[in-house]
Ligand binder design. Structure first.
Ligand code: FUB
Ligand code: ZN
Length: 661
């Protein structure tokens, strides 16, 4: 049932459901959906399940989500302390003062609201509903009579949309739309949705064919407009998203005039090459992948195969040339940017948390569009190894930059340096609430449904339902590769159960029969309650090496087991051994050992390595001269996501193998 709350409860003229000027459909919340709900006409191979159809039982992700839930009130505190909330309250006339912080700070509040909404869907509680209502009222009161909304711009007296390359006004609008859609789907309440549609109508009246042509320097509004279209049925929001997608690549988002920095480079804004022609990702990594996600949404909703094909080519180029072994993207600190192909330095990796979340969003959309297993492989890989490492086990401390190598004694020069370890907040706080909203909606990424079946992409204990087909999953994944699926309810007709066999899982078996890695293992039949299907994924640890074009990791290996990338951290090594001096012996076995007592329960890997005798007089020696003597040492690896939970120790993902290199 739809409840009208907060602003516009029907008492002011023109605020009754469905009577908002410029709004063609009534604000009737669809309810139940998660973060991406393609419209009935959308060109998708798979459809997400409602959040309520994916329930997690105690296990790996349930623990991480519990920590995330506990961090949500902590983040509210941070948003209060920094002045994020005050900006909106001052703009709303609830208090007095001047604007603090960056022009995009409203977006952090909206991301936090989105997290509250998804959490509420999972476990409703009055306190979060009250908070949602209270802030919805504030945001509504901060909105101008014409629908314009941006507290910082307004308080600083800046002219709306006058410097869109930097002002993030559309970007903030996008995060508001996402929060409003989440609130409607999660709680059935449309107060915030009303604010969102007023702002979207303002945007649609200001920008588009025959109107203003500038684009926001930071994409994000595209996917949000599509979601708003999906939630409200208002076609002009989709049309505006398509306009923003099709007109990017012609310099409309780029800072005009001369500027010797990246601010005058159209590539920084994903604005150098039109979307249908772009062969790869470039420029600011978050902007590039957010834009590609939004463009994928547009392709899905408009049935634009040509656009989808271009986005698939671009994703593939990113995966082949510009993605770290962890799934993180963005090699350069300067401009927070993608580097050249194969420019993937582990020690200087930027790999912003938001960029990983953008890759997750993009991969998920391409999975829905195509049903191809490779995109689900990316979803899982990025979740475990690029998104999760950004948050502490307590759930309340974050990395902005996700390095793959922290040196012994490293000093954090700037606030976001990973050398500090994870931090409670940042001045540019895009990442913490982004993690929060992503983890709060995590069950939405586990499985999809279709008219005749269920597809499971990411394994976690719990239950899943697609229509009349309901199953229970029992597993200790990612520590153990056995996944038992028990049917609880099934229609009296054949349906298909599709279980993803990850690309790394060579030797997997379904009910004892071999199944191919990198595909779905499909069982189609008339299921009966109590039927059981057993998928067994081999969990032998494996060594990975980079191709010859990746210079930065030559002579090193990375280690993975199941879906997890591993790392060595100083705290686990023998006393006196300096992490930089460790070499791994690639011929030595990697023995798993589950340690319930360590890092909230992890499977460590133990192996044999060598340690060189100490620092040399100079870093260089003549070619061919023997390296310093080495002695054998035991080496312990932990999952990369769990590093930096015992202080900011030295850590590395890429480990040298050879004393000669
Ligand atoms: O541009 C402001 C913030 O910086 C965005 O939210 C992120 O993309 C980050 O890079
Ligand atoms: Zn960020």
């Amino acid at each position: 049932m739809t409840t009208e709350i907060g602003p516009g409860t029907g008492t002011e003229p023109g605020t009754e459901p469905g009577t908002e000027p410029g709004t063609e459909a009534g604000l009737v919340a669809t309810g139940g959906g998660g973060p991406v709900v393609p419209s009935p006409a959308a060109a998708v191979a798979l459809r997400p399940l409602p959040l309520s159809a994916c329930r997690l039982a105690d296990g790996f992700w349930a623990r991480r989500m519990a920590a995330n839930r506990a961090a949500i009130p902590v983040a509210y505190q941070r948003l209060s302390e920094t002045g994020h909330l005050d900006n909106l309250r001052i703009a709303a006339g609830e208090t007095t003062g001047t604007a603090k912080g960056a022009v995009f700070w409203d977006s952090d509040v909206y991301k936090w609201l989105e997290a509250v909404a998804w959490e509420h869907a999972r476990r409703p509680d009055q306190a979060s509903r009250d908070r949602l209502r209270e802030l919805s009222r504030t945001v509504a009161a901060a909105q101008g009579g014409d629908g314009y909304l941006n507290s910082v711009m307004r308080l600083r007296g800046e002219e709306p949309y006058a410097r869109l390359w930097m002002s993030h006004e559309h970007y903030c609008a996008g995060h508001l739309f996402q929060a409003a859609v989440a609130a409607a789907r999660a709680t059935g309440e449309t107060g915030l949705l009303r604010v969102a549609t007023r702002l979207a109508d303002h945007l649609a009246g200001t920008f588009g064919p025959g109107a203003r042509t500038e684009l926001d320097g930071h994409p994000g509004v595209e996917t949000a407009l599509v979601e708003l279209y999906r939630e409200t049925g208002v076609r002009r929001y989709l049309d505006l998203a398509r306009h923003f997608v099709d007109t990017r690549g012609y310099g409309h988002a780029t800072k005009p005039g001369f500027d010797p920095s990246h601010y005058a480079d159209p590539a920084h804004y994903a604005d150098r090459v039109p979307v249908r022609e772009a062969a790869t990702v470039e420029g600011h990594s978050v902007r590039a992948v957010y834009f590609a996600s939004g463009a994928s949404d547009v392709a899905i909703e408009t049935g634009d195969d040509e656009l989808l094909a271009a986005l698939r080519r671009r994703f593939d180029a990113m995966r082949r040339q510009k993605q770290h072994v962890t799934g993180g993207v963005g090699s350069r600190w300067d401009g927070e940017a993608f580097g050249e192909p194969y420019e993937l330095p582990p020690d200087r990796a930027y790999a912003e948390t938001c960029a990983a979340i953008g890759v997750l969003q993009w991969a998920w959309r391409l999975l829905l569009a195509t049903g191809e297993c490779g995109y689900a492989d990316q979803v899982e890989h990025v979740l475990y190894n690029a998104v999760l490492p950004a948050v502490s086990l307590t759930g309340a401390e974050y990395f902005y930059v996700n390095t793959l190598h922290r040196r012994t004694g490293a000093r954090g020069e700037v606030q976001r340096s990973p050398a500090h370890g994870r931090r409670p907040w940042f001045n540019c706080a895009c990442c913490p609430p982004n993690v929060m909203r992503t983890l709060a909606a995590l069950p939405a990424y586990l499985a999809t449904g279709s008219a005749d079946g269920l597809q499971v992409h990411v394994y976690a204990p719990g239950s899943l339902r697609s229509g009349e087909f309901a199953v229970e999953i029992d597993t200790r994944y990612p520590w153990d590769g056995r996944i038992a699926v028990t049917v609880r309810e099934a229609p009296r007709r054949p349906v298909e159960l599709a279980l993803r066999v990850p690309d790394w899982a060579e030797g997997a078996a379904l009910d004892g029969r071999p199944v191919a890695a990198g595909e779905y293992a499909r069982t189609r039949r008339v299921f009966r309650p109590g039927d059981r299907v057993l998928l067994e994924l081999p969990m032998t640890a494996r060594l990975l090496q980079a191709g010859p074009r990746v210079d930065a990791t030559r002579g090193c290996v990375a280690v993975a087991r199941g879906p997890l990338v591993y790392a060595i951290e100083q705290a686990d090594q023998s006393p006196g051994v300096v992490l930089e001096d460790i070499r791994i012996d690639p011929s030595a076995p990697l023995r798993p050992e589950h340690r319930p007592d360590l890092l909230d329960g992890v499977t460590v890997l133990r192996t044999q390595g060598l340690v060189v005798a100490g620092e040399a007089a100079t870093p260089y020696r003549r070619y061919g001269e023997p390296a310093a003597a080495a002695r054998a040492v035991p080496v312990t690896l932990i999952p990369y996501y769990a590093w930096a939970n015992r202080g900011p120790h030295a850590m590395r993902v890429w480990i040298p193998t050879d004393l000669a290199t």
